[in-house]
Design a protein around this ligand. Sequence first.
Ligand code: ADP
Length: 507
Amino acid sequence: MIRKAITIPHKLFATVAKPVPMMNNLLKSQAYINGCWVDAISGDTFEVKNPATGNVIGHVPNMNAKDAQLAIDAAKRTYESDEWRNLTAKQRSSMLKNWYNLINEHCQEIADIMTAESGKPITESKGEVAYGNSFVEWFAEEARRIYGEIVPSSLPNRETIIMKQPLGVAALITPWNFPLAMITRKAGAAIAAGCTVVIKPAEDTPLTALAIIELAEKAGIPKGVINVVTTNKAAPVGDLFCKSPDVQGISFTGSTEVGKMLFRNCADGIKRISLELGGNAPFIVFNSADVEKAVDGAMISKFRNCGQTCVSSNRFFVQEGVYDRFVELIKQRVEDLKIGAGDGDGVQIGPLVNKMQFNKVSGFVDDARKHNSKIITGGKALPEHGELFYAPTIVTDLSPAAKIYTEEVFGPVVSIIKFKDEQEAIQKANSSRRGLAGYFYSENLQQVFRVAKRLEVGMVGVNEGLISAAEAPFGGVKESGIGREGSHHGIDEYVEIKYICMGNLKY
Ligand code: ADP
């Protein structure tokens, strides 16, 4: 949650990130295949660094396609074993509940690891443990409600039975921005459905993934059900997932570029794939809005995880009548943000996750500047905090030619565009090939329904800047992806529908 803080010069906040406590028993240095903690066959490892300090916090195996094949083999063997197949939905549900309880008990240790490897403020890491774990709880409950149907037949002496069966082995590829939640949102649903999985966590944040897998093992999830392959060379592993006939489905969260490539590579095998890709979320403030409420929502939507979430607002459209007030209020709030290493007291803005992200954000702001946009606060690196810190920034008078207008900045940059009427706002908001989340603020009921229906996105926040929840379907339209995660629809990605025709019945 973003808290308001008093304005103090940034350098007073330069905090030294603490190392992950040595006693943290969840800090692992091996990958997990077939119920065993293992090194890469090659023996290679790679470093995991704290983005706030650049310090190395751990090493994990740098695996390749051979290791990934072992993981697929283990997942396949387990999937086909009687022990796994014959478990009841209630038994799978109990395992997930055990996992949920253990993650809850170890919230602090997991959050410490997450903050150390991702840079996010510790309060946000704890928030992510709770949020990510809500998917384990949700799918523990949903495991028992994967219902089939019996449909009245059009012919006599027949019954039409429809059942849902697990897909098989699912490969899960996850990003660094939510190192726990993106795993549980996929693995929770997959295991609930009766699938087994191979997880490929992001190279920046493999330690959180391994920490929760240690707990999955303690929770009694059988060997081979969850396998984790760590690598900083994702392409060959991704290729294998797409080509292997033993992987029945892929779930990917990450960049649109990689998502498109995986989608293409799955075409040959007609492989099921669900994609949660980048967004370009509009955040519209109408004249009818409660402006203070809109500023609160804007801060949460924009600055959570330093703007590095795919549902972060990317383009702020503010109507003429409330423009000056909105800009004045948000400027104050942005300048009050407390910056520092994620484990510092009250820190709200940490570093960007890596140099690539840093270069992208600073490059986008420089590009906006070149296109005559105004930088009214921020717009610079903050080396006094560390190499990867970038100042929370507000850009106004954003030119449609600037990159930020069409591309996701994934950083702490608010870009504001003034508009005249509702029609113009909707047209501009929809003028993107992305369509993940969209937000708008209005106290006018007619306008609320009109605009909510017309925004071309998968998720709409009306007078709300933080909308993700286990019970709600998460996903996008256009190039933001296919499929939904969370909610009861999340199970659909991991089941096949089978029709069984019962004929020649004697009634
Ligand atoms: P981001 O911008 O979030 O780093 P990526 O799409 O590069 O987006 O990364 C998301 C996940 O996809 C990470 O786990 C990363 O290792 C993985 N990844 C990157 N390239 C490939 C690839 N060619 N095949 C499979 N996975 C990949």
